[in-house]
Write a protein that binds this ligand. Structure first.
Ligand code: AMP
Length: 282
């Protein structure tokens, strides 16, 4: 496995190797856990050449967010990626990715989908994600790119971007990897105190309560969301949203829908946790 920091070096390496071979990309911000490695394993299974990027993208963080505190652990990440069968780790500097500064970079905006749910609470976040992923796509030119269902809104936005802009890339979603108690693995879980870590799985359990109610035929979506918010608040969370949506369009759920996604974001201590669960009625 090779660790490459320069865009031109990565391009040259891939041009020399990839004739007739499929290239897969796994974009990450590093500080890797089993969730990220699952993406790398899916990529290894389906592609001839596996490229994982490790880049903490300044353009997707708000001013009051954790960009400077975000854990950076490239050496450990590289060991884990090597063990998962990665061929190239692309770990560019901020300057290489945004030579003129990220604020003045061209913006890719998947407008409607980006302004609600997490987008409402993190203005500009998904433009930062869509922009950096477009740049990574242009640098790596992968056949397939792997993203976690953990970030369902992100996965939906990037799938839409690829379709809207006719990018010749297959976007593949990988199911969320969870701790045994149900908490979705996340680099931000390490911001939790021991006590908060005990409380954190309430987020997943609350989403599952909604799923069970929907399975049992409940259609009072507002009431289900309200009950969930109350449950989360009484467990110590500060809730950004709990929302039942159509899984593909992210439009608010209707009784006619067959495919639901129940999504939530809530703060627990210093950590902002997000999670979602799907339900297919037929
Ligand atoms: P991040 O480093 O947080 O930007 O995540 C990089 C990729 O890993 C994204 O596509 C995430 O959706 C995915 N990911 C993060 N956590 C998990 C998890 N617990 N299970 C599956 N995929 C995940």
């Amino acid at each position: 496995m090779q660790i490459i920091k320069s865009i031109s070096e990565l391009r040259t390496a891939l041009q020399n190797r990839s004739h007739g071979r499929t290239v897969g990309l796994v974009p990450t911000m590093g500080n890797l856990h089993e969730g990220h490695l699952e993406l790398a394993k899916h990529c290894r299974d389906r592609c001839d050449i596996v490229v994982a990027s490790v880049f903490v993208n300044p353009k997707q963080f708000g001013e009051a967010e954790d960009f400077s505190d975000y854990p950076r652990t490239l050496e450990d990440d590289a060991d884990l990626l090597a063990a998962a069968g990665t061929d190239y780790v692309f770990a560019p500097t901020d300057d290489a990715m945004y030579p003129g500064g990220h604020a003045s970079a061209t913006n890719i905006s998947v407008t409607t989908l980006s302004s609600e749910l997490c987008g409402e609470h993190r203005p500009g976040h998904f433009d930062g994600v869509a922009t950096v992923v477009t740049k990574l796509f242009n640098i790596v030119m992968p056949d397939m790119a792997f993203f976690g269902e953990k970030d369902w809104q992100q996965l939906t936005i990037l799938s839409r971007m690829v379709a809207d802009l006719n990018m010749p890339i297959q976007v593949i979603g990988v199911p969320t990897v969870r701790a045994p108690d149900g908490l979705a693995l996340s680099s931000r879980n390490q911001y939790l105190s021991e006590e908060e870590r005990q409380q954190a799985p309430v987020l997943y359990r609350t989403l599952m309560d909604i799923v069970h109610a929907l399975q049992a035929g409940a259609t009072s979506f507002d009431r289900l969301e309200h009950t969930a918010r109350v449950a989360l608040r009484s467990a110590g969370f500060e809730v950004d949203y709990v929302s039942i949506r159509h899984a593909d369009t992210l439009a608010p759920a209707t009784e006619e829908d067959q495919h639901y996604r129940v999504l939530a974001a809530a703060h627990l201590g210093k950590a902002r946790l997000i999670d979602n669960v799907g339900l297919d009625l037929r």
